[in-house]
Design a protein around this ligand. Structure first.
Ligand code: NAI
Length: 331
């Protein structure tokens, strides 16, 4: 049985090959992303394996179905890029990796907070140039600060635990309050109250309700000078609004691991190119903005779990059995 991988990177190949040893699928790694023009490259495959920026639209799914593809396996948790309704229509099964090392993403969010706050990225460069001055590096204690968390699923919960460990007060917003989180001290509040905190971290999925959760109207509720961290999905933040908020000082600092227009940029080396996206260029020009290129998931533990879960998902679905982990099954 053949699995065609789209948007694959060298690290995907090494982790998937390692876990495939005991299974024996034929793995076909492509570096191109999946869209209407590249779907044809999945010819003869039983399954396609896709990542966050592959466009699994109705037209793509129709093409995959016509070629006999039976399974779409996402090697990630978020599935906003897949037209599930079309998959249902064409009888293609869709699966994902619902919870691979949520700590990987939560810890990256914390790394962004610490970097923006204590400016270690600037200190590193400064000291290497024999500049030992502290001017401009002033931070604040996390202990005693209030953190606003939007979305307390797997990643949000791991993040809350870390922030409670720092001695922070954690206020959360979710559709459903999590009892376990409440028992360790997290309190649930309406979104507007959660935005009125010292540091806001976004951990909800991107969907019709959450698209542009952060825009002009909601930014008005943000505590002036607050730090905003987004390791969820780029579309949670309206880019134009956040640029204006940064210019006005309404947002004190911004850490993003995801970006609204990231599919044309992230996971590529564009160091010799002229970037046409003026918004990311503007964001990169702010001294109080830290951007990482969708690397929050990128730990050894997470990649191992992604590879083993994805291959097992495909194995079970190709045998027409249901997945043991119901959260992994989307269609
Ligand atoms: P999860 O499904 O365990 O948790 C999501 C939580 O968000 C749930 O508690 C849900 O009730 C809540 N939620 C849903 N709609 C909401 C709304 N309108 N307002 C507030 N809360 C809402 O998902 P998990 O594993 O915690 O991941 C969260 C997101 O993180 C994923 O959807 C994905 O987009 C992103 N992610 C980013 C990664 C990265 O490398 N940057 C890696 C993995 C996930």
């Amino acid at each position: 049985m053949k699995i065609t991988f789209f948007s694959s990177q060298p690290y995907d190949r090494s982790f998937f090959e390692k876990f495939n040893d005991s299974i024996g699928f034929e793995l076909n790694f492509l570096d191109v992303s999946l869209d209407e023009h590249t779907a044809v490259m999945a010819k003869n495959a039983t399954a396609v394996c896709v990542f966050v920026n592959d466009k699994v639209t109705a037209a793509v799914i129709q093409q995959l179905a016509e070629m006999g593809v039976k399974v779409i396996a996402l090697r990630c948790a978020g599935f906003n890029n897949v037209d599930l309704e079309s998959a249902r229509k064409y009888g293609i099964r869709v699966c994902r990796v619902p919870a691979y090392s949520p700590e990987a993403v939560a810890e990256h969010a914390v790394a962004m907070i610490l970097t923006l706050n204590r400016k270690t990225h600037k200190a590193y460069n400064r000291v290497r140039e024999q500049n030992f001055s502290l001017n401009g590096l002033l931070g604040f204690n996390l202990h005693g600060k209030t953190i606003g968390v939007v979305g307390t699923g797997n990643i949000g919960q791991a993040f809350c635990r870390i922030m409670l460990g720092f001695g922070c007060t954690v206020k959360a917003f979710d559709l459903i309050a999590n009892k376990e989180m409440e028992s360790i001290g997290v309190t649930y509040h309406p979104l507007m109250e959660v935005l009125n905190t010292d540091i806001i971290s976004l951990h909800c999925p991107l969907n019709e309700q959450t698209r542009h959760l952060i825009q002009d109207e909601t930014l008005a509720y943000v505590k002036p000078g607050a730090m905003l961290i987004n390791t969820g999905r780029g579309g949670l933040i309206d880019t134009k609004s956040i640029i204006n908020a940064l210019k006005k000082g309404q947002i004190g600092s911004l850490g993003i691991d995801v970006y609204e227009q990231e599919e044309k940029l992230f996971f590529r080396d564009l160091s010799a190119n002229i970037i046409q996206d003026d918004d990311i260029q503007r964001l990169m020009s702010f001294p109080n903005v830290l951007i990482t290129a969708h690397q929050a998931f990128f730990t050894d533990e997470a990649l191992s779990q992604i590879a083993s879960t994805t291959l097992n998902n495909v194995l079970q679905l190709a045998k027409n059995s249901n997945l043991k982990d119901q959260a992994a099954l989307l269609v």
